[in-house]
Each structure stands twice: as structure tokens, then as C-alpha cells.
Design a protein around this ligand. Sequence first.
Ligand code: PDD
Length: 283
Amino acid sequence: MIYLNGRFMPLEEATIPVLDRGFIFGDGIYEVIPVYSRRPFRLAEHLRRLQNSLDGIQLKNPHSDAEWGQLLQQLIDRNEGEDQYLYLHITRGVAKRDHAFPKNVTPTVFMMSSPLTPPAAELKASGVTAITAQDNRWLRCDIKAISLLPNVLLRQQAVAAGTMEAVLVRDGFMTEGSASNIFVVQNGTVLAPPKNNLMLPGITYDLILELAAADHIPLKVGPVPEAALRSANEIWLTSSTREVLPITVLDGQPVGNGQPGPLFKRMDALYQSYKATVMRKAD
Ligand code: PDD
């Protein structure tokens, strides 16, 4: 069951007019929210980022946080599976094709749920592979925009190279992945790029910073030079659907000794125990 403009319905019945500005211009924003044990994870943070994305494209939020909470819970209730991920998508609505904003148009609101399978133990044990690529996206990467063509092309570049992710570099500094945030470990310190217009402020990114601080893991938030990426002892990838994963091969070269590192293992344990605690509280 999906949600479209005020109604729940089977996916097959959902249609949108071809003049929807999401379809015509990619004029909209989205969120991806993980659900564990049928409860949204870090919902307040996701709704805050949703508001920031809406502000970034000057679109009024069609719902209050309380309304979103209720709608998302209904979506969870109408779908199977303890763990799900919710996709929430808002476009500027349907209007005659003209780049400038239309007046008095109702936004299109679409939500769907998919099964969420946390990364397999084997993947965490082996690590994943990645390539580097030039970050050729726009300068508002902090907006979770549905116009994802650059990210799509970069991710495809990674897949065509037989890898999982493209780690992006802009002007000599690492920004993020095509669909993830990236952390680098150098000499026992976790390096994280600063949250600015060049990357999406990941909800998982924030959690990793919180967990690192709470566990006294040395941490430096600041521009991460490409050279640091290339000489890293460890590289991690994070996202709501992939949690935290070690990148063990970059551009065909082993990262560190080519195995998931000790700080990755420590962070993954912290992440899993945080998740378990939050879920127990929800019960
Ligand atoms: N993407 N950076 C980009 C470009 C992303 O697309 C994502 C996540 C992240 C990580 O953000 P978070 O930790 O809040 O999931 C960073 C989602 C999962 C997607 O597009 O499917």
C-alpha cells in the first residue's frame, strides 16, 4: 500500500498527471526514513531535514510534524515487515509547463514503504568496493532534491566499474558518496567533512558523530583532502538503508590492509547497540 495525495491505495492504482512538476522538472524533494520493529528511526531528525529541503526550494510544508508522524505510522501499519524503509516525496504539483513557480498549486505528496534488510554480515566482514569520481553536481547538495540525475550517473559509473559506490571529490576535497556519506580514518582519528552546501547532511552521519563523541573516539570535522582519502587506514560509508559499511578497496587499491578496520568494528558495534536500545524503548 502506498499513499498519494491524501489516500492509501495499492501501488498499481497510483498514477500522477504527466504535467506534475516532479516529472517535468524534477521540482521536488524527498526523504528516506528507516523503520525498525515498526517504528521510524530518528523521525524528528528526518522531519527537520524534510523542512530544510522544503525551505531550500521555497515550498510550504503540507503537513505538521504530528500529521507526518500519523501518516507515516499508518503507512507502516498498512505494510508488512518489522523493518521497512519509507520513501516520502513532495513535488510542487501539477501545472502548465513553465519554469517559474505556478501560483495556487497543491503539492503532490507520495509515500511508499519497502522492506529493509540491514547489510549482511558477510558484507561487513569483507567490506565493499568503491571508485572515486569528480563531484559534478550542483552547489545545493544539502537539499534532498528528487532531481538526482548527477547522482544516478555517478552511481552508474561505480556499478559499471564493478563497485558499489562512487566517492566524490570536488576541488581536491572529498564531499560524500553518490548516495551516502563518507568518513575517513587516519592514524586513529575519524575525519568527517563539514556539513555545508556540498553534501547532504546525513541523519546517519549525525548519529556516527554522536556515537564517536560519546565513546571518546578521536574525531575531526573539517575539509577532508583527497590525499587523506587515498592514504586512509579506513573508509566508511553511511546511509539510512546501509547503516555503516567499510570500504576496503578504492580505485582498485586496498584501503589500509584491505580488511575492515578496528574503528569500523567499534563503530558498527556502537551503532547496533544504539539501534537495539532505541527499539527497546519504543516497545
Ligand atoms: N540516500 N548523501 C547522499 C547523496 C544520499 O543520497 C544519502 C542517502 C546520504 C545519507 O543520508 P542518510 O544517512 O540520511 O540516509 C548522503 C538515501 C538513502 C537514498 O537516496 O535512497
